[in-house]
Write a protein that binds this ligand. Structure first.
Ligand code: IPE
Ligand code: IPE
Ligand code: MG
Length: 261
């Protein structure tokens, strides 16, 4: 099969997958751990950064699907707190890619009504990256059609600890009493406040772990793990994940809807 035939076959497969989708029961919020860029590059004898670059193409494909299907919330794990332990050279290139991506996409966010919401310890980012991130967040703050949350220097446990600290300060100041602290109050102190919990979490690259991503928010999220490496996670793979999600029955602790009481 030549390149053109392969492309055509993929398009046919995509149309077939799209036809099976139930547009009435799509997830409202999809969280994605975009993993496997380094391995994708290594398999080709390329430097890791080549995998990160190709990963941006995969991201564009997936966000395009999100746009077409009007998924209101997408949250991406772009850089974890633990990722600071990587070699400086890789960190520098990742930051550069983030800057390039935001510079290229900021206009599209406006056109499509996408709010860009960075979450994580943004003060740890290099100052030029931080100011661009905050600028794009500010200029899209009023947009409400869709939200693209991007976790940068993010750690889920740190987020919970930060929330606890803010609450403790309020209790100390007397503006809050301990008995007022419940789950819905606690959530207001998380960086994802205002977003519904993710319905679907996708992790690529074959690892079946959460790596400190949204531990509070995913308590009842459907988890989808695939061996596909992130740069290869394209339109068909995204549709497969959505179809898999639609096969599941979300019970939230109740008994099956199909089983009579
Ligand atoms: C995910 O790909 C991207 C980031 C963590 C920024 P990796 O860089 O972790 O790729 P692998 O897991 O080493 O293949
Ligand atoms: C998770 O991937 C973080 C991102 C995708 C940004 P990692 O590659 O850092 O996670 P581990 O080290 O495999 O748990
Ligand atoms: Mg990885």
């Amino acid at each position: 099969m030549d390149k053109f035939q392969a492309m055509e076959a993929r398009q046919v497969a995509e149309v077939e997958l799209r036809d099976q989708l139930d547009l009435a029961s799509l997830p409202r919020h999809i969280a994605i751990i975009m993993d496997g860029n380094g391995r994708w590059a290594a398999q080709r004898g390329l430097p890791r950064i080549a995998g990160h670059k190709e990963g941006i193409r995969a991201l564009q494909d997936v966000l395009e699907i999100g746009h077409e299907l009007q998924i209101p919330y997408i949250t991406l794990y772009a850089f974890s707190q633990e990722n600071w332990k990587r070699p400086q050279s890789e960190i520098r290139l990742l930051m550069l890619l983030l800057q390039q991506y935001l510079t290229e996409e900021r206009q599209r966010f406006q056109e499509r009504g996408v709010r860009f919401l960075p979450i994580g310890r943004l003060d740890q980012l290099p100052s030029s990256v931080r100011s661009l991130v905050l600028e794009v967040a500010e200029e899209t703050r009023h947009l409400t059609r869709r939200t693209l949350a991007v976790a940068l220097s993010y750690g889920g446990r740190a987020e919970i600890v930060d929330a606890a600290r803010k609450i403790a300060i309020e209790v100390q100041m007397g503006s809050l009493t301990p008995d007022q602290i419940d789950e819905s109050l606690f959530e207001q102190y998380l960086s994802t406040w205002g977003l519904p919990d993710p319905d679907l979490l996708i992790r690529t690259s074959g690892e079946a772990r959460i790596s400190n991503f949204l531990p509070w928010q995913i308590a009842y999220t459907e988890l989808y793990f695939t061996k596909t490496l992130w740069p290869d996670f394209r339109r068909c793979e995204a549709l497969l994940a959505l179809l898999d999600y639609q096969k599941r029955e979300r019970r939230f602790g109740r008994i099956s809807q199909t089983v009579s009481p």
